[in-house]
Design a protein around this ligand. Structure first.
Ligand code: HEC
Length: 158
Protein backbone atom coordinates (compact mmCIF):
# COMPACT_ATOMS: atom_id res chain seq x y z
CA UNK A 1 0.00 0.00 0.00
CA UNK A 2 1.08 3.56 -0.63
CA UNK A 3 1.48 6.07 2.20
CA UNK A 4 -1.61 8.03 1.16
CA UNK A 5 -3.69 4.87 1.29
CA UNK A 6 -2.61 4.28 4.89
CA UNK A 7 -3.46 7.90 5.66
CA UNK A 8 -6.95 7.74 4.14
CA UNK A 9 -7.54 4.40 5.85
CA UNK A 10 -6.45 5.90 9.17
CA UNK A 11 -8.78 8.86 8.78
CA UNK A 12 -11.72 6.59 7.98
CA UNK A 13 -11.01 4.38 11.01
CA UNK A 14 -10.70 7.36 13.36
CA UNK A 15 -13.84 8.92 11.80
CA UNK A 16 -15.82 5.76 12.55
CA UNK A 17 -14.30 5.24 16.00
CA UNK A 18 -15.29 8.68 17.28
CA UNK A 19 -18.93 7.88 16.46
CA UNK A 20 -18.77 5.47 19.41
CA UNK A 21 -17.94 8.21 21.92
CA UNK A 22 -21.16 8.79 23.85
CA UNK A 23 -22.69 12.22 23.39
CA UNK A 24 -26.05 13.71 24.08
CA UNK A 25 -27.89 16.43 22.22
CA UNK A 26 -30.21 18.28 24.64
CA UNK A 27 -33.78 17.00 24.27
CA UNK A 28 -36.37 18.73 22.09
CA UNK A 29 -39.63 19.76 23.74
CA UNK A 30 -42.36 21.29 21.57
CA UNK A 31 -44.90 21.99 24.34
CA UNK A 32 -43.59 25.05 26.22
CA UNK A 33 -46.34 26.91 28.10
CA UNK A 34 -43.85 29.46 29.46
CA UNK A 35 -42.47 30.37 26.00
CA UNK A 36 -41.74 34.03 25.22
CA UNK A 37 -43.27 34.09 21.74
CA UNK A 38 -46.11 31.80 22.84
CA UNK A 39 -47.11 34.42 25.40
CA UNK A 40 -48.10 36.75 22.53
CA UNK A 41 -46.04 39.79 23.59
CA UNK A 42 -43.66 39.63 20.62
CA UNK A 43 -44.79 40.99 17.26
CA UNK A 44 -44.54 38.79 14.16
CA UNK A 45 -41.35 40.18 12.59
CA UNK A 46 -39.29 40.09 15.77
CA UNK A 47 -40.71 36.67 16.61
CA UNK A 48 -39.48 35.46 13.21
CA UNK A 49 -36.00 36.89 13.80
CA UNK A 50 -35.74 35.20 17.19
CA UNK A 51 -37.03 31.89 15.79
CA UNK A 52 -34.66 31.94 12.83
CA UNK A 53 -31.51 33.30 14.50
CA UNK A 54 -31.70 32.27 18.16
CA UNK A 55 -34.20 29.51 18.90
CA UNK A 56 -31.92 26.60 17.88
CA UNK A 57 -29.65 27.34 20.86
CA UNK A 58 -31.86 29.42 23.14
CA UNK A 59 -35.05 27.39 23.30
CA UNK A 60 -36.20 23.80 23.83
CA UNK A 61 -37.32 23.69 20.17
CA UNK A 62 -33.89 23.05 18.65
CA UNK A 63 -34.02 21.81 15.04
CA UNK A 64 -31.11 19.41 14.71
CA UNK A 65 -29.92 18.95 11.11
CA UNK A 66 -28.77 15.37 10.22
CA UNK A 67 -25.07 16.26 10.44
CA UNK A 68 -25.52 17.38 14.04
CA UNK A 69 -25.88 13.67 14.87
CA UNK A 70 -22.40 12.93 13.50
CA UNK A 71 -19.25 13.30 15.65
CA UNK A 72 -17.37 15.59 16.00
CA UNK A 73 -20.11 18.06 14.95
CA UNK A 74 -22.48 16.50 17.51
CA UNK A 75 -20.07 17.39 20.35
CA UNK A 76 -20.01 21.01 19.25
CA UNK A 77 -23.75 21.32 18.69
CA UNK A 78 -24.48 19.56 21.99
CA UNK A 79 -22.22 21.93 23.92
CA UNK A 80 -23.51 25.13 22.27
CA UNK A 81 -27.14 24.10 22.72
CA UNK A 82 -26.64 23.11 26.36
CA UNK A 83 -24.74 26.28 27.26
CA UNK A 84 -27.00 28.49 25.17
CA UNK A 85 -30.13 27.21 26.94
CA UNK A 86 -28.44 27.65 30.32
CA UNK A 87 -27.69 31.31 29.60
CA UNK A 88 -31.02 32.16 28.04
CA UNK A 89 -33.98 29.90 27.31
CA UNK A 90 -36.92 31.56 25.55
CA UNK A 91 -39.01 28.41 26.12
CA UNK A 92 -39.00 29.02 29.89
CA UNK A 93 -39.11 32.83 29.68
CA UNK A 94 -42.16 33.31 31.94
CA UNK A 95 -40.40 31.44 34.73
CA UNK A 96 -37.65 34.07 35.01
CA UNK A 97 -38.25 36.75 37.64
CA UNK A 98 -38.17 40.43 36.75
CA UNK A 99 -34.46 40.93 37.47
CA UNK A 100 -33.50 37.88 35.41
CA UNK A 101 -35.61 39.09 32.49
CA UNK A 102 -34.08 42.57 32.61
CA UNK A 103 -30.55 41.15 32.84
CA UNK A 104 -31.11 38.82 29.90
CA UNK A 105 -32.64 41.56 27.75
CA UNK A 106 -29.75 43.85 28.62
CA UNK A 107 -27.25 41.11 27.65
CA UNK A 108 -29.20 40.50 24.45
CA UNK A 109 -28.86 44.17 23.45
CA UNK A 110 -25.08 44.02 23.96
CA UNK A 111 -24.59 40.69 22.17
CA UNK A 112 -26.71 41.68 19.18
CA UNK A 113 -25.26 45.18 18.88
CA UNK A 114 -21.70 43.88 18.99
CA UNK A 115 -22.47 41.14 16.50
CA UNK A 116 -21.53 38.40 19.00
CA UNK A 117 -24.87 36.63 18.57
CA UNK A 118 -25.93 34.59 16.71
CA UNK A 119 -22.61 32.69 16.94
CA UNK A 120 -20.46 32.99 13.81
CA UNK A 121 -19.87 29.26 13.55
CA UNK A 122 -23.67 28.91 13.32
CA UNK A 123 -24.30 31.57 10.68
CA UNK A 124 -21.48 30.09 8.59
CA UNK A 125 -23.83 27.20 7.79
CA UNK A 126 -27.22 28.70 8.69
CA UNK A 127 -27.03 31.62 6.27
CA UNK A 128 -30.71 32.43 6.89
CA UNK A 129 -29.75 33.35 10.48
CA UNK A 130 -27.35 36.12 9.42
CA UNK A 131 -28.72 39.46 10.62
CA UNK A 132 -28.55 42.68 8.62
CA UNK A 133 -27.80 45.94 10.42
CA UNK A 134 -31.49 46.82 10.17
CA UNK A 135 -32.49 43.50 11.72
CA UNK A 136 -29.99 43.97 14.56
CA UNK A 137 -31.44 47.43 15.15
CA UNK A 138 -34.95 45.96 15.16
CA UNK A 139 -34.00 43.37 17.79
CA UNK A 140 -32.26 45.97 19.96
CA UNK A 141 -35.26 48.32 19.84
CA UNK A 142 -37.61 45.45 20.66
CA UNK A 143 -35.49 44.40 23.66
CA UNK A 144 -35.38 47.97 24.97
CA UNK A 145 -39.18 48.32 24.72
CA UNK A 146 -39.55 44.89 26.31
CA UNK A 147 -37.44 46.03 29.29
CA UNK A 148 -39.92 48.86 29.90
CA UNK A 149 -42.85 46.45 29.69
CA UNK A 150 -41.21 43.97 32.10
CA UNK A 151 -40.47 46.75 34.61
CA UNK A 152 -44.05 48.10 34.37
CA UNK A 153 -45.64 44.67 34.75
CA UNK A 154 -43.83 44.33 38.04
CA UNK A 155 -45.07 47.75 39.21
CA UNK A 156 -48.62 46.66 38.43
CA UNK A 157 -48.33 43.61 40.64
CA UNK A 158 -47.43 45.54 43.75
C1 HEC B 1 -25.21 28.22 17.77
C2 HEC B 1 -25.89 28.49 19.01
C3 HEC B 1 -26.32 29.89 19.33
C4 HEC B 1 -27.12 30.74 18.59
C5 HEC B 1 -27.73 30.48 17.21
C6 HEC B 1 -27.32 31.91 19.40
N1 HEC B 1 -26.66 31.79 20.60
FE1 HEC B 1 -26.63 33.11 22.14
N2 HEC B 1 -25.37 31.89 23.20
C7 HEC B 1 -24.91 30.67 22.78
C8 HEC B 1 -23.99 30.14 23.78
C9 HEC B 1 -23.26 28.82 23.67
C10 HEC B 1 -23.93 31.08 24.83
C11 HEC B 1 -23.10 30.99 26.12
C12 HEC B 1 -21.66 31.23 25.89
C13 HEC B 1 -21.38 32.61 25.45
O1 HEC B 1 -21.77 33.59 26.12
O2 HEC B 1 -20.72 32.77 24.39
C14 HEC B 1 -24.81 32.18 24.43
C15 HEC B 1 -25.02 33.30 25.19
C16 HEC B 1 -25.96 34.28 24.89
C17 HEC B 1 -26.32 35.37 25.77
C18 HEC B 1 -25.73 35.65 27.14
C19 HEC B 1 -24.43 36.34 26.94
C20 HEC B 1 -23.76 36.77 28.20
O3 HEC B 1 -22.97 36.00 28.73
O4 HEC B 1 -24.04 37.89 28.63
C21 HEC B 1 -27.27 36.11 25.13
C22 HEC B 1 -27.97 37.36 25.64
C23 HEC B 1 -27.49 35.48 23.83
N3 HEC B 1 -26.69 34.37 23.72
C24 HEC B 1 -28.38 35.95 22.89
C25 HEC B 1 -28.57 35.38 21.63
C26 HEC B 1 -29.47 35.93 20.64
C27 HEC B 1 -30.34 37.16 20.83
C28 HEC B 1 -29.39 35.13 19.54
C29 HEC B 1 -30.09 35.31 18.23
C30 HEC B 1 -29.98 36.58 17.59
C31 HEC B 1 -28.44 34.07 19.86
N4 HEC B 1 -27.96 34.26 21.13
C32 HEC B 1 -28.09 33.01 19.01
C33 HEC B 1 -25.26 30.02 21.61
C34 HEC B 1 -26.04 30.57 20.59
Amino acid sequence: MKTWQYLVGGIVVVGLAIQLVPHELPAVESNNPADLIGSGVVDGEVANLLKTACYDCHSNETKYPWYSQVAPVSWLVGKDTREGREELNFSTWQEYDMMEKLKKLDDLVIEVKEGEMPMKIYTLIHTEARLSDAQRQQLVEWAETMMDIVAEEEDGEE
